[in-house]
Design a binder for this molecule. Structure first.
Ligand code: 5GP
Ligand code: MG
Ligand code: MG
Length: 197
């Protein structure tokens, strides 16, 4: 999409090379995803936001699920949880993720229907490790939605249950995705200029 057709804040104008997914398109897709998730819902859901990048998708997805109640009376009870997840970078063999919840807090997920909300799947390593950790506390069910999945040869083959968009193998920012903590406050999903990296 041409940059001229959309509003980019002045403080990012120089740094954005193209708009990959405009905000309006993201919002439309989320309406559809909310419907699919509600239709498949096995009962009350514990919606787990993977921070920080997942927060905008999480907020808009929860909003859309609530709107569906007003439109067609679907009622799925939601409880909201927030997890910060960090992958161990130099860990080849065993692999692991550092999760911000204590073991006691994780135990709360036992027997619950979880919906994990993530911003992007790249290699898939982080999500596979997170799911391994969560399986230990025996939730009733676990489903994953990621707004984005990258088409990359580095993928481990993991595909979430609900995907917003499959994107080319480029580094993207905006809609809560960051580069060194910048660009989270940009509405559109964008590719940044080479000069910026
Ligand atoms: P994975 O473990 O699937 O390789 O990577 C997962 C995490 O890496 C994502 O949750 C995200 O935090 C980060 N990441 C991967 N690709 C991108 C990208 O294109 N842009 C941004 N901002 N973060 C990314
Ligand atoms: Mg993430
Ligand atoms: Mg990041």
């Amino acid at each position: 999409y041409s940059l001229d057709h959309f509003v980019i804040p002045d403080h990012y104008e120089e740094d954005v090379s193209s708009i990959l997914i405009p905000h309006g398109v993201i919002m439309d897709r989320i309406k559809k995803l909310a419907r699919m998730i509600v239709d498949d819902s096995p009962g009350p859901l514990v919606v787990c936001c993977v921070l920080k990048g997942g927060h905008q998708y999480f907020a808009d997805l929860v909003d859309e699920i609530k709107k569906l109640r007003r439109i067609n009376g679907t009622s799925v009870q939601l409880s909201l949880e927030f997890i910060r997840v960090k992958s161990y970078m130099n860990d080849t063999s065993s692999g692991g993720v550092k999760i911000s919840l204590t073991d006691a807090e994780l135990q709360e997920f036992k027997g619950k229907n979880l919906l994990i909300v993530e911003d992007i799947i790249d290699t898939g390593a982080t999500m596979v490790k997170l799911l391994d950790r969560l399986a230990l506390v025996e939730p009733k069910s676990v489903r994953v939605t990621s707004l984005l999945i990258k088409k990359t040869p580095r993928s481990n083959g993991y595909i979430p249950d609900y995907v917003g968009f499959a994107i080319p193998d480029a580094f993207v920012v905006g809609y809560a995705l960051d580069y060194n903590e910048y660009f989270r406050d940009l509405d559109h999903i964008c590719v940044i200029s080479v000069s910026c990296i």
